[in-house]
Design a protein around this ligand. Structure first.
Ligand code: SPD
Length: 347
């Protein structure tokens, strides 16, 4: 009996350091993403499958995410910037080059999405979602379908209009409405856009990001400037809602997955990116977030329902009227200043 106990004790002492080392080695990934931009069940699947923990934090705009990364001491491992922000972060050496040999499921990405001007060889970014900006409107609350961007400046919808609390998007659409490029750095055009947004502000119910979805689904507002994925989400929950990309043109955006240079666990971060590219996981995320995905294998899995959505899959004619945001370099400061002036004129 004594011999058995001594053997058990020896075994325990031998295994204990191993168990402690394993516990110490447990990796936690700091994932920083937009609100409502992943099915939380997929995070649980990843954790269970890999033993890697996920600490998940949210942001509302590219600018919030960028500022946090620049200023915070927290090291993030995975982020989801849009096109122009990827370009800016590459330029400012804030992103790590990706190891595609460690991410075999990235082969599911449709090659049409792999020659983007914001990261031509996709050395730093894996495409995650894409979409357009447009007007979501309640067909029972507006007199007619919006014919152009002016609908968001229409006094008939006083305090029933929602705008995005996002500088590039909102200023960009004001520029587009006035017939200018949404990448304009022309001071006269930007001043004109600023004045138009200040004038519009009296009609605006709220400047929102994710909270706008509930307001539209519940009928609290009649019209909203939205991203197409959020339009898809809302229309699925309230069939009285419809989405239009106005004829003056709009923004075509691409959101991507990247690893910041501050990452402490780049190998695990890439394992997570690879996981998100698995067909069934990407399809599950589409069902949850409503944003179009560049993953051919997942699109194949989803079949007709996905293909039939004109919101997720706008016709080429609509896309040909859209522009992608570009990194404006130092001129980004002009947008920051204008946005501050708009917001302070309101409150
Ligand atoms: N729920 C938030 C979804 C984020 C969509 N990103 C759009 C970026 C446009 N530049």
């Amino acid at each position: 009996m004594k011999k058995v106990l001594l053997t058990l004790l020896a075994l325990y002492l031998a295994l204990c350091p191993l168990a402690l080392a394993a516990a110490e080695e447990q990796v936690t990934l700091n994932v920083y993403n937009w609100g409502d931009y992943i099915d939380p069940d997929t995070l649980a699947v990843f954790e269970e499958r890999t033993g890697i923990r996920i600490n998940y934090e949210l942001y509302e705009t590219n600018e919030d995410m960028y500022t946090k990364l620049k200023k915070s001491k927290t090291s993030y491992d995975v982020i989801f910037p849009s096109d122009y922000m990827v370009e800016r972060m590459i330029h400012e050496e804030m992103l790590l080059p990706l190891d595609y040999t460690a991410m075999p499921y990235t082969q599911n990405i449709d090659p049409r999405f792999l020659n983007a001007s914001y990261d031509p060889t996709h050395a730093y970014s894996v495409p995650y979602t894409w979409g357009t900006m447009g007007i979501l409107y309640n067909t029972t609350m507006v007199d007619e379908a919006p014919a152009d961007w002016d609908a968001l400046w229409d006094a008939r919808y006083d305090k029933s209009i929602l705008m995005l609390n996002s500088p590039r998007d909102t200023i960009g659409i004001a520029l587009k409405r006035l017939g200018h490029s949404l990448n304009s750095i022309n001071p006269t055009e930007l001043e004109e856009a600023k004045q138009s947004l200040i004038a519009q502000s009296a009609l605006v119910l709220a400047y929102v990001v994710d909270e706008g979805k509930d307001k539209m689904v519940s009928g609290e507002a009649a019209l909203a400037l939205v991203w197409s994925g959020d339009a898809q989400y809302c229309i699925e929950r309230n069939p009285e809602l419809a989405y239009v990309v106005p004829p003056e043109g709009s923004n075509l955006f691409f959101d991507a997955i990247c690893v910041p240079t501050s990452s402490k666990h780049p190998a695990e971060a890439m394992r997570f990116i690879d996981f998100l590219c698995e067909a069934d996981i990407a399809a599950q995320n589409y069902e949850y977030v409503g944003y179009a995905i560049p993953n051919s294998a997942a699109v194949e899995l989803m079949g007709d329902a996905y293909a039939a959505s004109a919101v997720s899959n706008p016709p080429d004619e609509t896309l040909s009227r859209c522009e992608v945001f570009t990194n404006l370099g130092d001129d980004t400061r002009i947008y920051d200043r204008i946005w501050t002036e708009i917001i302070t004129s309101i409150y």
